[in-house]
Write a protein that binds this ligand. Structure first.
Ligand SMILES: Nc1ncnc2c1ncn2[C@@H]1O[C@H](COP(=O)(O)OP(=O)(O)OP(=O)(O)O)[C@@H](O)[C@H]1O
Length: 715
């Protein structure tokens, strides 16, 4: 039985309307115990063919069998441990050492530790590997290639697929590797498929396949090919074969021609005709009906030794990136620190232009005597230059007063942006107020207007305007209440017949940041856990390590488990940090249950992990994923009700907002904290419903996306 047989393999790349043929009814046979050298110009489809054999990408038509397992519509499974694969790119993890890398592969193949040690020592010597404790990121290109080769060989596979293993190696080492391969293939059933650009080194192979335009021009012993073409060496034979075929480089330049599918070995230029028409109407076009052989995980269950190996690998990677570790540890604290100190504080240093027409000079006129309203000797309560009293209440805490002698001047200065507003008091302010207070029947419209303090505020900055309105109102209330108190009148007589002194929940002087804190904390937890997951997975997929691990027979779920466990630990650590900071450093008052808050944040963190998983499958580049996450974070923030109450949004946005994982849960979290709501309260139950829905939906999206794009496209 041949180790690999490829029959009439057809493979296209490109979109449905513009497919580009890479394999054109290609046939290939790899006998057991042999080295098969696949030669061909760059871009002719060698890697594509190997990927099809490995089951990383499906054929559009044809059949591949590996160890006699023929592909069908549903991929035939081959035990991953029977195959060793060295991809063209390094597909190694920079943070691991040489020894850790090779041991990693040994362990995911569940090798016995003594055997693993022996194999490592043997390969270390044979391949002249760098020191075992040297990190991969510090190895040269050639050293990395040798480590990658050793990793593919460590478990003594039956089939070794090597994509250009000897590039960048010195001739002596190349020779050493070839003699090793010749030795093992002659003494065992090991078959090796090797692609190489060094045509002459392929001389040593038992069989050579010369590939061009999506077909094998020839497949035979090197000497036979040389002899049949009456040339001196393989290079000349390849040239001669190419000249017979024509000049076009790619299979895509050919029109698909049906053949009888039996041209197994030797080139056949007659049954494939050149055609300038690149597009074609093949009945197989983009059908992807045949999946090729795919390596199989050796068990459907989670194998804990493998999960442990994967976990150790992710953890080692993490701890060897100090910057990432510091960020992961301190980012939530940093974000909360900025939030806590930047939000909710009272604006300071605002300047108000004051035009007090009642007095000429505030400093000299408004003194202790003008601040007195009652005269105990005759028990009267006559107001005197009462504007002084109002302005005395208006302290720098609210705004810095800058006096102007005319309204015009103040207006111009405010228009120049020098002042946030103007307060204007009329010339006969006290008199007018006395009339309104004591003889309201005499109060004309003019008198009423004069009795008012006019405030002009810059409405361009609404936050500041609202702040000042509130503060000026407080100043006014203090001022009237003090006057009433001096006059021995009930202070409740101040002019708004409403009392906001009692608060239903929370403190009357509740800080704005306390209101925003739950939504902000939730956003931090969700976005950080997503970001952490997606960056780890995208990098792993991009570097090809993901594919390599899958091809070793590890299941996607096992890889994901390691990520999920490690990210879950990080999320929990971050939660403790956040709660510690909020409770002990910032003294956020927690009346309610810590446990409920922790549970909410933990479920949200897990949803974030799932969400990151999903995004990592949608984007192949980290930059794309980061942009997408930024795009998602912005509406998540705006719609969370943190910046503006959800009740103020249009109905459609309100619905979207309530469906977000941060709106209802953050509201419930605030209610747990301030109103001591328990798990049985409908709002808390609703929040848990929302969080669990997010958890399960994102889990489904994440896992199904990972399964759909099992192998990353970057290899
Ligand atoms: N995912 C893809 N989508 C579209 N085209 C692709 C894809 N992967 C490869 N190709 C194209 O298919 C052709 C064959 O690529 P492949 O990597 O198989 O060539 P190769 O013979 O291995 O080249 P090299 O020796 O340089 O590695 C190339 O033209 C390449 O650009």
């Amino acid at each position: 039985m041949n180790t690999v047989e490829v029959r009439n393999a057809v493979k296209y790349y490109g979109s449905g309307n513009d497919p580009f043929m890479i394999l054109n009814k290609l046939n290939m046979t790899v006998p057991p115990g042999s080295i098969y050298a696949l030669l061909g110009a760059s871009g002719c489809g060698k890697t594509t063919l190997l990927s099809c054999i490995l089951g990383m990408i499906p054929l559009d038509d044809g059949e591949i069998s590996v160890f006699g397992n023929v592909t069908t519509k549903y991929a035939t499974k081959v035990n991953g441990s029977r195959i060793g694969y060295m991809p063209q790119e390094m597909a190694l993890v920079g943070e691991l050492t040489v020894k850790e890398t090779i041991y990693y592969f040994g362990k995911i193949f569940l090798m016995d530790i003594d055997k693993l040690r022996d194999r490592y020592d043997m390969l270390h010597k044979l391949l002249e590997l760098p020191r075992g404790d040297q990190r991969i990121e510090t190895c040269s290109g050639g050293q990395k290639r040798r480590v990658s080769f050793a990793a593919a060989m460590i478990h003594e596979p039956d089939l070794l697929i090597l994509d250009e293993p000897t590039v960048g190696l010195d001739p002596l080492l190349r020779e050493k590797i070839w003699s090793f391969m010749l030795d093992v293939t002659s003494t065992s059933k090991l078959s090796i498929i090797i692609t190489t650009h060094y045509i002459e080194e392929a001389r040593q192979a038992k069989c050579v396949g010369l590939m061009r335009n999506g077909v094998l021009l020839a497949e035979d012993k090197p000497m036979n090919i040389v002899n049949q073409n009456n040339v001196e060496n393989l290079e000349e034979a390849f040239l001669a074969l190419c000249l017979k075929r024509g000049v076009s480089e790619y299979a895509g330049a050919l029109t698909y021609i049906e053949t009888n599918g039996t041209n197994n070995n030797i080139y056949n230029t007659n049954n494939l005709e050149m055609n300038a028409n690149r597009k074609h109407t093949s009945k197989y076009k983009n059908k992807n009906v045949f999946a090729s052989v795919s390596t199989e995980s050796r068990s459907n269950n989670l194998r804990w030794p493998i999960v442990k190996t994967l976990f150790i690998k992710v953890w080692t990677q993490l701890k060897r990136q100090p910057a990432a570790l510091v960020l992961i540890t301190f980012l939530p604290i940093i974000q909360l620190f900025f939030f806590y100190h930047a939000c909710g504080g009272n604006p300071k240093g605002l300047q108000l232009a004051i035009v007090n027409n009642e007095i000429d000079d505030y400093e000299t006129t408004c003194n202790r005597s003008t601040l007195i309203s009652t005269y105990p000797h005759d028990y009267t309560c006559d107001l005197h230059l009462i504007s002084c009293r109002f302005l005395d209440e208006l302290t720098d805490e609210t705004a810095i007063k800058v006096f102007f002698s005319s309204f015009d001047e103040a207006w111009k200065a405010a228009k120049r942006g020098e002042y946030i507003g103007i307060i204007e008091i009329s010339r006969n302010f006290t008199e007018a107020l006395e009339i309104v207070r004591k003889r309201p029947e005499e109060a004309t419209e003019g008198i009423i207007q004069s009795s008012k303090i006019k405030v002009y505020l810059d409405q361009a900055d609404l936050q500041l305007t609202f702040f000042l309105q509130r503060k000026i109102y407080e100043v006014y209330t203090n001022y009237t209440q003090n006057v009433l108190r001096d006059c021995k009148m009930p202070i409740k007589l101040d002019n708004i017949p409403m009392d906001f002194s009692e608060s239903l929940f929370g403190s009357i002087d509740s800080d704005f940041k306390h209101t925003m804190m739950p939504a902000f904390t939730m956003l931090v937890v969700f976005v950080l856990s997503s970001g952490l997951t997606l960056s780890g997975i995208i990098l792993e997929r991009k570097e090809g390590f993901w594919n390599r691990t899958l091809l070793a027979g590890v299941s996607t779920i096992e890889i994901l488990s390691a990520y999920i466990i490690i990210n879950f630990i990080i999320v929990i650590m971050q939660l403790f940090e956040v709660l510690f900071l909020l409770t002990f450093i910032y003294g956020t008052y927690y009346h309610g249950s810590y446990m409920i808050v922790m549970m909410m944040l933990a479920i949200l963190g897990c949803s974030g992990i799932n969400f990151g998983l999903w995004i990592s499958c949608l984007c192949s580049e980290l930059m794309q994923a980061n942009l997408l996450m930024s795009g998602i974070t912005q509406p998540l923030t705006v719609l969370s009700g943190m910046i503006w109450p959800v009740e103020g949004m249009p109905i459609v946005l309100r619905i979207i907002s309530y469906a977000m994982p941060t709106t209802i849960p953050s509201r419930a979290m605030r209610e747990v904290i301030e109103k001591k709501y328990t798990l049985t309260h409908p709002n808390v139950l609703l929040a848990f419903g929302n969080l669990f829905a997010w958890f399960f939906i994102t889990l489904y999206l994440g896992i199904s996306a990972v399964k759909r794009s099992k192998y990353s496209r970057n290899t």
